[in-house]
Design a protein around this ligand. Structure first.
Ligand code: SAM
Ligand code: SF4
Length: 464
C-alpha cells in the first residue's frame, strides 16, 4: 500500500501555477446546483427509501444554532445577529418541532452515531434552554452509546453552566474559534478575545476530559504578516489542541455587508498570504501535527489522522469527518442534509424557517437528487480529497464502469500535474503526492462535471 503519510511539501511556484478558484467539495454537486423543485415531498420520499434499504445507514445530526450577539467583521457563516436572548428560546422550540416531525419517518432501529451543534454561537442560548434541546434529541432519536457529540463554542460567550451541561450530556468534542491573538488584528475584525480567556476555556475542556479539542484560525485578515501570525501559531502549539483548522479568509464584501467594515488597505497581499501559509505548514509540521487535507491539521493520535490512514475519512458539510457512510440530517435554519441520494437545505431566514416549521413541521428550501454520474464523481472526488489515493478497481466494482475509459479526459488533464510531481498516475491507482496535497481540490476539479456550467452567482475561493 502506498504511504499516504509523508509530510506535505510546500512549493510557492507550483501553488501559484495551479491555485485556481474552486469548490471546497463539502458536497458534490455543490450548493449552487441545488434547486427549488426539490421540496418537502421529495425529501420525505427519499427518507422513506433509505429506511427500506437492506441495512439503512446510521444517522449524523447537524443542528444549526445561528445567533451571535456581536459581529466579527470577517464572518461568512450563516448568522442571525441579535441581542435578544428570547429569540433563542423560541427558536429551540422550532428545532424540537422539526425533530418531532422527522422522528416517526425514521426506522426506529436507525442509530444516531454523531451529533454536532454548529453556529453562529450555540452558547448564545442559555444552558437550561440547550438542555431542553438535548432532551428532545434523546426523546426523538435513538442515540448510540458511543456517539460522537460535538459543539462549536466562542470562548467569549460561554458560561460555566454550559460546561456543566456538556459534561452531563456526554459531549466529547469541542471546536472553538480563535482566528488570531494579535490585538491589532482583533481590533480590526471587531473580535477582542484575550489569550488568557481562551486558555482558561481550554483548561476547562481538558478538566471535562473531552476527547478532542479543535481550534479555528484564519489567515488573510487585516494587518496579518507571516511574522505576526507566527506568534499566534506558536501560542496555539503551546496550547496543544488535537486538531487545528486554518481557514483562508473568504473576503466577499459585495455579498457580505459587514465585511465592508474591514480596513481593505490592511489586508495582506497575495505574496504575504503565501508566506503566511508556508509558515503555518512548516510550524505545525515541526510541532508534530499532520496535514489532513485542505486546511486541517491533527495530532497523529487523533481520530482524523487514524481515519485518513485507514481510508475511512470522509468529507461533508461539517468538513472532514470520521463518520463515513452516515445519512446526515440537517436541523434548523439554513442547515444542509445529505440523505440517501439527495442533498436538502432548509430555509435561510429564521422567520421563514420558523413559519414553515409551524405550518408543516419541515422547512425545506431546496435540494437535489443525485444521478448515477453524480454519485460516481462524488465518490472519486471524496476519495482523492480524503485519502490522497484512489484505487480504480474499487470505483469500477462499486459503480460498474471502466475507470480509464470513463475518465479519459480527466486523466489527460492531470498529465501536466503529473509532470510537475503533484500527482502520480499509475495503471491501478492515482496518488496525490506531498507536493500536491495542498492543491488537492485543484486535482479533484478534473473530475467535476459541473465546472464551467453556470449556476447562479457561484463564487469559489482559492487555497491561498
Ligand atoms: C461558524 S464559525 C463558529 C465559531 C464560533 N462562532 C466562534 O466564532 O468562535 C466557524 C469558523 O468559520 C471560520 N470563518 C468564519 N468566517 C469565515 C470567512 N469569511 N472565511 C473563512 N473562514 C471563516 C472561522 O474560523 C470560524 O471560527
Ligand atoms: S465568527 Fe463566530 S462569533 Fe463571530 S460572527 Fe461568526 S459565528 Fe458569530
Amino acid at each position: 500500500m502506498p504511504d499516504t503519510r509523508p509530510a506535505l511539501v510546500f512549493d510557492r511556484e507550483l501553488i501559484l501555477k495551479y491555485d485556481k478558484p474552486g469548490p471546497r467539495y463539502t458536497s458534490y454537486p455543490t450548493a449552487p446546483h441545488f434547486h427549488e423543485n426539490f421540496q418537502r415531498q421529495e425529501y420525505i420520499e427519499e427518507i422513506q427509501r433509505t429506511n427500506s434499504i437492506h441495512q439503512p445507514p446510521p444517522i449524523s445530526l447537524y443542528i444549526h444554532l445561528p445567533f451571535c450577539q456581536s459581529v466579527c467583521y470577517f464572518c461568512g457563516c450563516n448568522v442571525h445577529f441579535t441581542k435578544d436572548r428570547s429569540l433563542g428560546t423560541r427558536y429551540v422550540e422550532r428545532l424540537l418541532a422539526e425533530m418531532k416531525a422527522l422522528s416517526p419517518m425514521l426506522h426506529p432501529q436507525r442509530q444516531v452515531i454523531q451529533i454536532h451543534w454548529g453556529g453562529g454561537t450555540p452558547t448564545f442560548i442559555s444552558a437550561s434552554v440547550l438542555e431542553r434541546l438535548f432532551n428532545g434529541i434523546q426523546e426523538y432519536f435513538n442515540i448510540a452509546d458511543n456517539a460522537e457529540i460535538g459543539v462549536e463554542i466562542d470562548p467569549r460567550e460561554v458560561q460555566p453552566e454550559h460546561f456543566d451541561l456538556f459534561a452531563q450530556c456526554g459531549f466529547n468534542r469541542i471546536s472553538m474559534g480563535i482566528q488570531d491573538f494579535d490585538p491589532k488584528v482583533q481590533e480590526a475584525v471587531h473580535r477582542i478575545q484575550p489569550e488568557k480567556l481562551t486558555r482558561s476555556v481550554i483548561r476547562r475542556c481538558r478538566e471535562l476530559g473531552l476527547e478532542s479539542i479543535n481550534i479555528d484560525l484564519m489567515y488573510g485578515l487585516p494587518h496579518q504578516t507571516a511574522e505576526s501570525f507566527q506568534r499566534t501559531v506558536d501560542r496555539i502549539i503551546d496550547m496543544d489542541p488535537d486538531r487545528i483548522a486554518v481557514f483562508n479568509f473568504a473576503y466577499l464584501p459585495q455579498m457580505i455587508k459587514h465585511q465592508r467594515a474591514l480596513p481593505k488597505e490592511a489586508l495582506p497581499v497575495p505574496m504575504e498570504k503565501l508566506a503566511i501559509l508556508e509558515m503555518v505548514v512548516r510550524r505545525f509540521q515541526e510541532a508534530g501535527y499532520l496535514f489532513i487535507g485542505m486546511d486541517h491539521f491533527s495530532r497523529p493520535d487523533d481520530e482524523l489522522n487514524r481515519a485518513l490512514e485507514k481510508r475511512t475519512l470522509y468529507r461533508n458539510f461539517q468538513g472532514y469527518t470520521t463518520q463515513a457512510g452516515c445519512d446526515l440530517y440537517g436541523i434548523g435554519v439554513t442547515s444542509i442534509g445529505q440523505v440517501g441520494r439527495c442533498y436538502v437545505q432548509n430555509l435561510k431566514k429564521t422567520a421563514a424557517y420558523e413559519a414553515a416549521i409551524d405550518q408543516h413541521g419541515l422547512a425545506v428550501f431546496r435540494g437535489v437528487q443525485l444521478t448515477d454520474d453524480d454519485l460516481l464523481r462524488r465518490d472519486v472526488i471524496t476519495r482523492l480529497m480524503c485519502h490522497f489515493v484512489l484505487y480504480k478497481k474499487e470505483i469500477e466494482d462499486l459503480h460498474g464502469i471502466h475507470f480509464d475509459k470513463t475518465f479519459a479526459g480527466a486523466m489527460e488533464g492531470l498529465r501536466p500535474m503529473e509532470e510537475d510531481g503533484l500527482v502520480s498516475l499509475y495503471s491501478d491507482r492515482i496518488e496525490v503526492q506531498p507536493l500536491g496535497r495542498l492543491l488537492v481540490r485543484n486535482i479533484a476539479m478534473h473530475f467535476d462535471a459541473y465546472l464551467g456550467r453556470s449556476a447562479g452567482k457561484a463564487r469559489f475561493s482559492r487555497t491561498v
